[in-house]
Design a protein around this ligand. Structure first.
Ligand code: R5P
Length: 331
């Protein structure tokens, strides 16, 4: 009778899911920076398009039993970015990955979080469903437009914040930041603005804003006092910079001295760069959740700055991989 082969106990105990990080095409510099902080190589994969515009993704190394993190931000072309991520998740599961975490630094569809006009899709929830259907076991993201978008996912979501990075940046630019005022451009950003004001020990103000369309906003009033003060405008994202222009104009008309801006996601779509180049502000900073090409930085009249959040993502990945708390990263 043959004795069944048994692996030695040390061999079984030494088997741990290797940490594997891959990236789609949307923000490879951020993925590389995350890997540099982690001290692991960026995994080898290839994405191509067939002549009929279909995308094909191919991993060029084994993922078997791996703890796989796929970095893909939802930036222009957003639909391709989402499709590529879904294919990468699906291919990783088919290749026997042990666990797949979708690392989505900018979840753009978080803006579609409610049915605010008739006969529309709540696309933020639909994309969440699709990612889970593709096989995502976890999501790691940063500064969702509305925090409750977290609830669109049934799988665990680690929702990072760039607020510490933004407030430290303000403090470096303006050593007496505590004499300034943090200005929330609308009611939706008041909580974030309040947290940053507390970190800076500064004042707080807010604008009562009305959105007329995707590209048009109308400010109605500034609540608070910015007269003669350095103003720090914070927001989740800048897209067309329409909100930003209105916010800066009203702050200036109410006597703001210097204006600094810092947001998590610098999307800079459509007329944003021309608007920022002509804007009466000292600086507009955003993090590298979205890749800001050098051409945009040069065209901004020296206004744009990019802040690095790769260490935050690397720390979160380390803690997820080792089973340590992610919330401790915020304290
Ligand atoms: C609005 O609710 C958001 O917080 C941002 O202010 C908005 O997404 C920015 O868009 P835009 O730059 O096109 O005005």
């Amino acid at each position: 009778m043959s004795v069944p082969h048994r692996a030695p106990a040390e061999l079984l105990n030494s088997r741990r899911s290797p940490l594997l990080v891959f990236a789609g095409q949307s923000n490879r510099p951020l993925a590389q920076a995350i890997c540099d902080h982690l001290g692991v190589p960026l995994g080898r994969s290839k994405t191509e398009k067939f002549t009929n515009d279909n995308i094909i993704v191919h991993y060029e190394e084994s993922l078997r039993e791996g703890d796989v993190f796929i970095v893909q931000t939802f930036s222009n072309p957003v639909s391709d970015s989402i499709m590529e991520l879904m294919l990468m998740i699906d291919a990783a599961k088919s290749a026997s990955a042990g666990r797949v975490t979708a690392v989505i630094p900018y979840y753009s569809y978080a803006r579609s979080d409610k049915k605010d006009s008739p006969r529309i899709s709540i696309a933020g929830r639909l994309i969440a469903d699709l990612l889970q259907e593709a096989g995502a076991d976890r999501i790691l993201t940063m500064t969702l437009h509305a925090p409750q978008v977290h609830g669109f996912f049934k799988v665990p979501v680690d929702h990072l914040s760039a607020d510490l990075v933004l407030s430290e940046h303000f403090r470096q630019c303006v050593p007496d930041a505590h004499n300034g005022v943090v200005l929330a451009p609308d009611a939706g950003s008041i909580k974030r603005a309040s947290q940053i004001a507390r970190r800076l020990d500064s004042g707080l103000a807010m604008i009562d804003k009305e959105r007329l369309s995707d590209t048009e906003v109308r400010p109605r009033a500034l609540i608070g006092d910015v007269d003669g003060k350095t103003v720090f405008i914070v927001d989740d994202e800048i897209s067309t910079a329409g909100s930003l222009v209105e916010t800066v104009n009203i702050a200036r008309s109410m006597g703001a001295k210097d204006v600094y801006v810092a947001v998590t996601h610098g999307v800079y779509s459509g007329p944003a760069i021309q608007r920022i180049a002509a804007l009466d502000v000292t600086q507009v900073a955003s993090t590298n959740t979205v890749l800001v090409p050098d051409s945009k930085i040069q065209a901004s009249n020296g206004r744009l700055a990019v802040l690095d959040v790769a260490p935050l993502f690397a720390n979160a990945i380390t803690n997820i991989h080792t089973g340590a708390s992610v919330s401790t990263l915020f304290t």
